[in-house]
Design a protein around this ligand. Sequence first.
Ligand SMILES: [Zn+2]
Length: 165
Amino acid sequence: MRQFTRQTLAAFFTLALVSSILQVAEPTGALRLDPQVTLQIVARRMGVEVDPGIPVPTIRFESVTSLKRFQDVTERQWGFRPERFVNAFVADTNEIYLIDDPAYYSAAGRTMDDTLAHELVHYVQARYGRANLSDWAECEAVEIQAWFRSEYLGSLAALLASAPD
Ligand SMILES: [Zn+2]
């Protein structure tokens, strides 16, 4: 009994630790890499050391997020109300909104992971003093997204492409 309790506590502790690393609101859908790993890779590429004292963003997946919530927070940031859900980092609420429909990514030749990398660049820009809301460094985000895709997802993409139908 004592042993069981200890194991249960250990499991709880591990869970708490994992969820404190990156506050993923829901299961990570089709993400292949741990978001914390992606954050570390992106930050290193930007020459930034991840500071445990700086709150990590919450990831909100489209499939489990109301359009109204997305519209309400992005309207404050963008000054207009988007008609549909798009991938976005919202600085005020420290959230990353992420489309989690696999069809969207296969049609665009992208993956959820490199899209998350793109939004994490904006997170680092905002939280680590690299940019402000009126001056998003979009080029940097696009460049790091492409680099991340070829560096970390390239072999995976090649594998998928060479797979028989
Ligand atoms: Zn962007």
